[in-house]
Design a protein around this ligand. Structure first.
Ligand SMILES: NC(=O)c1ccc[n+]([C@@H]2O[C@H](COP(=O)([O-])OP(=O)(O)OC[C@H]3O[C@@H](n4cnc5c(N)ncnc54)[C@H](O)[C@@H]3O)[C@@H](O)[C@H]2O)c1
Length: 449
């Protein structure tokens, strides 16, 4: 079966590569010529563990190709996945411009096509988006059919269905998540489209992946409900951690005890500087906004969004508490990516905190194993260092902002010698407070001292 994926970003590239690895014939399309020519010359535009060798394997097998020619890819494919961005508008609502443009491009490309096609929306988008895609394609096909009718023989509109198939992969473990998902959600009212989707995901049926088959609207809301719930869980433990800071309790013990309760589970109970990344911040905002447009005030989510913003400020307050005035102080920041194992800095807590520190007059030295190139584009004035130790040189404090494994076993005595003052602000709780203090550090974590 021939498939094309429109949008070759974190989701599209991983989806395309994994579907090719399932044995399907896949064309990944992007409007970004630099990205496509990089992929065509053997490069990979993003970092994701195990992605590069899997791309290479499937290109060599002749199952995976990359192009900017959307029209040709759509014409040749039976199934067309949409995996373009859905950023936030200024009011927090989801900006659907990229999806709408792609729907129009698909409609134009369907001209002269024969046979049935399935359009699958993988982008995270509010209720009604699958319906909207169907409307745009139907309307524009109608225009094509009518204008053609005046010149040549009238064109019958092509038979197609639109499916909502939200994606749940996590950056940093995207290949594993795509090939071992907790669930596959397929939202469609068409038995014909459903059969094709089940065929695409057959390798996952074989490993007993649960399938949730529902209508498009429910599928669309499932994705937002999952992300909003996880964001709420992170925010909840952050709030408990902040309370621990006030009363001297240890949030790790609390998270451990909570996690041992089978009804709660230990996942997403790691306190820190607040959730970030390309999904949770925009998806919580979009769900809140969408609920408002339905006449419902989602009060819990409003609290989560505002507590998460405050969490960044509280982290800066912590730094200020130990350094007093930040003007002229130099802070070493370890970690720029929004989490480990990715080069993605979108809505990264580290970047937000650095920006707040800069506003207070601090200077920043920083290091990240993968995200320096992306950060340099938005914050060119920081001092970018070779490693953790060069970063610490002559700094007034060291801040750990991302939970990279390589930051878990630093030579702290060496760090202490390099720092101007031995202050360690561990915003990811990577270290045991007592052990670090025994080395002569002033230590502060999130919800544990
Ligand atoms: N990143 C994640 O971890 C993740 C996880 C689950 C769901 N999602 C959702 O998936 C969607 C895509 O996210 P992403 O992180 O992959 O985005 P991304 O920004 O990394 O990639 C989107 C790509 O689409 C391309 N594009 C935009 N318009 C196009 C057009 N008209 N024709 C061809 N290409 C076009 C862009 O050039 C870009 O390369 C979003 O809705 C996101 O919320 C993301």
């Amino acid at each position: 079966m021939k498939i094309c994926i429109i949008g070759t970003g974190y989701v599209g590239l991983v989806t395309g590569t994994c579907l090719a690895d399932f044995g399907l014939q896949v064309t990944c399309v992007d409007q970004d010529e630099t990205k496509i020519s990089l992929l065509n010359s053997g490069g990979v535009p993003i970092y994701e563990p195990n992605l590069a060798p899997l791309i290479e394997k499937n290109i060599s097998a002749g199952r995976l190709t990359f192009t900017t020619d959307l029209e040709k890819a759509v014409k040749e494919s039976k199934v067309i996945f949409i995996a373009v961005g859905t950023p936030s508008n200024n009011d927090g609502s989801a900006n659907l411009a990229q999806i709408e443009t792609v729907a129009q491009q698909i409609a134009i490309s369907l001209k002269d096509c024969k046979g049935y096609k399935v359009i699958v929306n993988k982008s995270t988008a509010p209720i009604g988006t699958a319906h909207k895609i169907k409307e745009i394609i139907s309307k524009n096909q109608g225009v094509i059919a009518r204008s053609e009718a005046t010149k040549q023989s009238p064109q019958e509109p092509i038979d197609f269905d639109v499916v909502s198939n939200p994606e749940f992969l996590r950056e940093g473990s995207a290949i594993y998540d795509f090939t071992h998902p907790d669930k596959i959600v397929i939202g469609t009212n068409s038995p014909k489209a459903l059969k094709i989707m089940q065929e695409i995901y057959r390798p996952l049926y074989l490993i007993d992946t649960p399938f949730v088959i529902t209508n498009p609207e429910t599928a669309e809301l499932i994705k937002y409900a999952c992300n909003a719930f996880l964001a709420t869980k992170i925010t909840f433990i952050n709030e408990i951690a902040n309370l621990c800071d006030k009363v001297g309790a240890d949030v790790h013990q609390i998270a451990k005890a909570m996690g041992l309760d089978g009804r709660i589970s230990p996942k997403f109970l790691h306190p820190g500087p607040g959730y970030g990344g390309s999904c949770f911040p925009k998806d919580t905002e979009a769900l809140y906004h969408f609920a408002s447009t339905c006449g419902y005030e989602f009060k819990l989510l409003k609290g989560v969004i505002s507590a998460n913003k405050r969490q960044r400020e509280l982290m800066v307050d912590k730094i200020k508490h130990h350094l007093d005035n930040l003007k002229g102080k130099t802070i070493a920041v370890l970690g720029l990516a929004f989490k480990q194992n990715t080069d993605d800095i979108r809505q990264s807590p580290s970047i937000d905190i650095i920006q707040l520190l800069l506003k207070e007059g601090a200077k920043i030295r920083c290091f990240d194993p993968l995200a320096m190139e992306n950060t340099r584009k938005v914050l060119p004035t920081l001092t970018y260092c070779q490693d953790e130790y060069e970063t610490a040189e002559h700094c007034d404090a060291l801040v750990i902002a991302t939970e990279w494994n390589q930051f878990r076993n630093l030579d702290l005595l060496k760090i202490k010698k390099l720092l101007k003052s031995p202050i360690l602000l561990d915003l990811r709780n990577l270290y045991e407070p007592a052990q670090v203090k025994a080395l002569g550090f002033i230590y502060d974590g999130v919800g544990r001292k």
